[in-house]
Design a protein around this ligand. Sequence first.
Ligand code: AMP
Length: 294
Amino acid sequence: MKQINSIKDMQKLIAEEKRAGKVIGFVPTMGYLHDGHLSLIERAKKESDVIVVSIFVNPLQFGPNEDFDRYPRDLERDEKLALKAGADVLFFPDTKEMYPKESVVTVSVNKRVDALCGESRVGHFDGVATVLTKLFHIVSPDYAYFGLKDAQQVAVIEGLVEDFNFPINVIGCETKREVDGLAMSSRNVYLNDRERQEAVHLNASLIKAEKWLLEGDSGETEQKMIKYLEEHTSGVVDYCKILSYPELLPPTPQSKRLIIAVAVKFSNARLIDNVILDNILCRPESEEETCSVR
Ligand code: AMP
C-alpha cells in the first residue's frame, strides 16, 4: 500500500494509473477506521482496480462547539486496517496541505440541508461539499463510496456530483452495525458503558417506526419515536424525522422512498442512524395525507 501525504504526489500517481487504464475507486474518511469504513473498501474492490482511501479530519465541517480537536485519530492503526482491507493507496494530507491559505471559493449547499443534521449543524454540509470537491479533483475517481449511515451526506454528494458534473459514480453502501444493532461510528468510543447500552435503542426506534408505518401511520410515528428514545436513553433527542429521500422534504403521495432518521445527543457523542424504505405506496388515509409502506 502506497502512503501519500502530498497533493502533487497523489495527482501524479493517479495520472499514471489512469494512463495505464486503471479504474480508480475512492473511499474518503476521517480515519479512526472501523468495520463500517472497511466495508466500503471491500465494496470498492468489486468494480475498481486501484482503491484510494483518504484520511482527513476536515476542520471546515465542524462547528465551533463541535469535536474537531478531540476527534479520535490513530494513523498507525488506520494504516494497518486499510492495508488489511485491501486499500492500494492511503492519502493523508494535513490541514496545511489541504488549506494552505484562506479559501477564495468554498461550496455552498442550497438544498437537502434544511432538515436533519443540516438543521442542527449549520454549515456542516458546506464543509463536506468543499472538501469533497477538492478531494474529487485530487483523486479523480471513477467510483466514490459513501456509507448510508450518513444518508443526508450521500444525498448532498449526489447533488454535488450532478450539479458540478463530476464524472464520478457515487455508490451509497449499507450501514454496518455491531451485533446488537448499533451503527458503527468512530464516535462510539465517546460513549460511557451505560450510554453504549442505551445507544442500541436508536436502531430499535427505527425498527419500531418502520413497523408503525407498515401498520398505517397515523401521523404520530415521529412523536412515538421521541417518546421511546426518551424512555430508553439518557440522551437528548435531536430529531426523529420521516422525510422523502433523497430530497429530504415532507413526504407526499408521490414519494417513492422515505427515510426515517434519528439523532440523539449523549454526554460526549451525538449519534445518528436511519433506515431508507423503498417501494413505498403513499395514499391519503384521512383528511391528512399520510404514507404507508408496502
Ligand atoms: P467518517 O470517517 O465518519 O467521515 O466516515 C467515512 C465514510 O464511512 C462515510 O462515507 C461514512 O458514511 C462511512 N461510514 C461510517 N460509518 C459507517 C457504517 N457504520 N457503515 C457503513 N459506512 C459507514
